[in-house]
Design a protein around this ligand. Sequence first.
Ligand code: AGP
Length: 619
Amino acid sequence: MLKINFYPMCGIVAYVGHREAYPVILKGLKRLEYRGYDSAGIALNGDGIQVYKKQGKVARLEESLSDTSLTSTIGIGHTRWATHGEPSDRNAHPHLSSSGRLAMIHNGIIENYASLKQELENKGYQFKSDTDTEVLLNFIEDILACNECSLEEAVRVALKRVVGAYVIVLLDEEDPSTLIAARKGSPLVIGIGEKEHFLASDASPIIEYTKEVVYVNDYELAIIKDNELILKNLGNEIITPYVQKLDLELAAIEKGGYDHFMLKEIHEQPKTIFDCLRGRLDMVNHEIIMSGVQQYMEELKNANRIIIIACGTSWHAGLVAEYIIEELCRIPVEVEYASEFRYRNPIINKGDVIFAISQSGETADTLVAIERAKEQGAIIFGILNVVGSSIARISHAGAYTHAGPEIGVASTKAFTAQLVVLAMMALKIAKEKNTITQDRFVHLMEELNAVPDKVAKILSAADEVKAVALKHAAASSFLFLGRGYNFPVALEGALKLKEISYIHAEGYPAAEMKHGPIALVDENLPVLFVATKDAYHEKVISNMQEINARKGKLIAVVTEGDKSVASLTGDLIYVPEADEVIAPILNVIPLQLLSYYIGVGRGLDVDRPRNLAKSVTVE
Ligand code: AGP
């Protein structure tokens, strides 16, 4: 059985060197807030260890420290997504050991923390928090006290007893120039600068200081002492660090003049879609070049069934793919929520192929679901954004979406890139299978090629969407409707709105309206139709008239120049004409803008919506 480690989000940063540690750590924590923002804390080492922590976002911690002089050049910081223990000052990291000698941050879950805690309680230890972290820290301290060994040895001994996942970083009051870190399951990157070292959950806090990094592997210990990094395994053997050059620019992880990452990422879409198409659409020879797909073409062509596994927005991309693949490739498709699939003993037959769709490549449910399918012999294709992510590592093949780092918690550019990749995969398979005519194949390639410009055109009218958004920002509920290819777009519009604005929203197939949701319609309910020209257009127009007749507040995304919508009363948002197979990529853009402007209009933190985190690495 494949062993998969997954871990709760949380962001960790640590610094040791010649700069003041506090500003480096604080900035790093802000970059990692996408991993959780239930609380934030920093510990500095100098004249003893000082710990500062606050429930809430990093900005609250910063505010509370605005009058404090913090000059130490070594420290650790943490931004938390709560698992063990409610979000509170008390449960915030860093934690201090019982004696106050050690401070520690932790990203992960110590699964056997209850038995370790019991052991320690029997010895008289008392705990100030409800966290598994404090248990591990005191366990380390206990070993240190009993064995009279070095901290490094105590950490090694303790970690041999630990079941679970962790990245930990420790400060030691008795050795104020040393950082000790260890990893299993959770990510840890070390940036190597000129007489300074940076530790973080990902490279974003490091990138502006150095591009030389070492990715620490599972069961490795990093000791940073006297400006030197020493890597060891848990057996105390020295490992030569593999120093890599970061392929990431600072601009990619900054807001670049936009108020929010979400808005920046929405506006990046002409470029990200272009990047996703680049090198893959050969418009001269009319070919689609995707090596991962080509490598498994026999299995794909002959697949009895494609099972798409994903969560959230990625699941919506899977639903669009179901329509595209069934129509173009004539292969039956099932789209599964990873969280359901993994627990229900699914039937995988010979000839079934799995597509795993995930922006982060770290979603725990998706990871475990594909592990189950892989155990049963299925071929796994990853449609992923993050290169080298856990899902990438266990997939047989796949295609990256090349959307670049997506920081806003609400997924936008990753979704459109997923749709582009899935459309290209479907076209390529259909051509090999001969289930598409050459004319239609070329037409759809041209349609795909035109998407970046069409998206740019939609974005140039963002102010019109903003006006519609502000008009409806006070609504307490929304209905999103669409048919065929536009049904998953309606679901995605509803999800975006819920996440960003906390307005209740439902997505429904437009024709299902008459089977129930129409009862909700009154003069207060905004009903948004994704109603661009397609095979069902006339029927959707009738549905819209039904809303007009019941005085619902109609909003519709419609095709430029569509005269059939002229008789409707409501807010119309125009998008360029596109083939229905490709239209979802365009139609979702106004919905992203709508939820963004509604969220901002309601004064909400759209980049960090409450209770959410970017990568859901817990069950
Ligand atoms: C989308 O806006 C969400 N925040 C969420 O639904 C997300 O799509 C889901 O958690 C899946 O994430 P993944 O694509 O990284 O696997």
